[in-house]
Design a protein around this ligand. Structure first.
Ligand code: PLP
Length: 427
């Protein structure tokens, strides 16, 4: 149940509400299954006539309490956890797109999502048109086809750090009768509330800032409840016509604003089974309890680091929307006035080889695949995640060969800067 609490209070209090004599801390329901008194009670659950738990592959109380907290943080009506951010993005699209359908996605997105949408889902018969987040209204309009079912984008893209014009994208999606789905992993709901700007569905890799400690892989999908599926009945038959695998239930009729998440749980989670483990959901909840404290510190540190790098003679360029001369500063001011996230990117004069030499000299910042963690970490996509590509291919994919992704942690900013300084002195 949603409250009027501020995000700080929601981070601590939402979700688990213990009754008399119950544990103060959210318990881990480490059980695959749940007991009932008689067969009829269990049968009613299978018919979706009663709400309740029966098997953790579909739902688990620990997970649901954590999903409820994230739902309240985003200001949505329903939410679910998934085993990873990849699963969240897959379910979010697959819940409304079937073989023969099409959707539009910005090309400034996480590489894993790009592969999922552009290669794997294509094999399932779902096609995706990638378009620049800076495409004009006309270019975006031109990407719509009669079978387009959704528009997808990242609110702050990984690793290119493009800030999405959420309101503009939502307006165009709605004019074409489809929802806007946004991956809000980098800003988190502490810095950006996409539903307030017209986005319909939000996804997260909770692996990142929400967990915050690099302990557990996870994902989440939250629905605003604002998109009217029945008003576009023909486009979304999965929600507006009977589901034969569920005794002919019509999700949008039976569940109203909860239909989208109800279908993703009852159908996709049942069949594909990418549930988050209750143990990981418990750890995620511990992370969420300090999200409102960590995000401002990440942003504060990132701005200090970005300014330091900008003033260094060996640095060719710095990308961070918090910098006043940044291309995305105005959009960030509008959608994320308290800061975007702790991730910055930059390039060294001298290019790819110098970048590698520099990174090897860092002592406090660790070379890891991860990003958006309490500890400062660093990655050179051209040598790691994108190492099979030539410089030309990298540029086509929007990743400059010299781009260093630097995820500023919540250590003391001066210590992070001192580490950069000593590494820069060696190259
Ligand atoms: N979305 C974004 C923006 C990401 O950065 C990532 C991973 O880096 C994902 C989704 C995928 O999340 P996961 O690694 O939890 O599957």
């Amino acid at each position: 149940m949603s409250t009027n609490y501020r995000p700080d209070t929601i981070c601590i209090q939402a979700g688990w509400k213990p009754g008399k004599g119950e544990p103060r801390v959210l318990p881990i329901y480490q059980s695959t299954t749940f007991k009932y008194e008689n067969s009829d009670q269990m049968g009613r659950l299978f018919d979706l006539e009663d709400a309740g738990y029966f098997y953790t592959r579909l739902q688990n109380p620990t997970n649901d309490m954590v999903a409820a907290k994230i739902t309240e943080l985003e200001g949505g009506v329903a939410g679910m956890l998934t085993s990873s951010g990849q699963a969240a993005n897959y379910y979010a699209v697959f819940n409304i797109c079937e073989a023969g359908d099409h959707f539009i996605c910005t090309n400034a997105i996480y590489g894993g999502t790009y592969n999922l949408f552009g290669t794997t889902m294509k094999k399932q018969g779902i096609s995706c048109t990638f378009i620049s987040p800076e495409a004009s209204d006309g270019e975006l309009e031109a990407a719509f086809l009669p079978n387009t079912k959704a528009v997808f984008a990242e609110t702050v893209s990984n690793p290119s750090l493009v800030v999405l014009d959420i309101e503009r994208f939502a307006g165009i999606a709605h004019r074409h009768g489809v929802p806007l789905i946004v991956d809000n992993t980098f800003p988190t709901p502490i810095n950006c509330r996409p539903f307030a700007w017209g986005a319909d569905i939000v996804t997260h890799s909770t692996t990142k800032y929400m967990d915050g400690h690099a302990m557990s892989v996870g994902g989440a999908i939250i629905d605003s409840g604002n998109f009217d599926w029945m008003a576009h009945k023909d486009k979304f038959p999965g929600l507006t016509t009977p589901d034969e695998s569920y005794h002919g239930i019509i999700y949008a009729e039976k569940f109203g604003k909860m239909a989208y998440i109800q279908k993703a749980t009852a159908q996709l989670m049942r069949d594909l089974g990418s549930i988050q483990s209750p143990q990981n959901a418990f750890l995620l909840n511990v992370g969420l309890e300090t999200l409102h404290l960590r995000m401002p510190r990440h942003c504060e540190n990132a701005l200090k680091v970005a300014k330091y790098l900008q003033s260094h003679e060996k640095i060719a360029w710095v990308n961070y929307a918090g910098l006043e001369d940044n291309k995305y500063h105005a959009l960030a001011e509008k959608y994320m006035p308290n800061g975007t996230c702790g991730v910055i990117s930059f390039g060294l004069k001298g290019g790819r080889d110098i970048s590698i030499q520099f990174m090897d000299k860092l002592k406090l910042a660790a070379i890891v695949t991860h990003v958006a963690d309490a500890r400062t970490c660093v990655l050179h996509p051209a040598s790691h995640t994108h190492r099979q590509m030539t410089d030309e291919q990298l540029r086509e994919a929007g990743v400059q060969p010299d781009l260093i992704r630097f995820s500023v942690g919540i250590e003391h900013a001066e210590d992070i800067i001192a580490d950069l300084k000593q590494a820069l002195a060696t190259v």
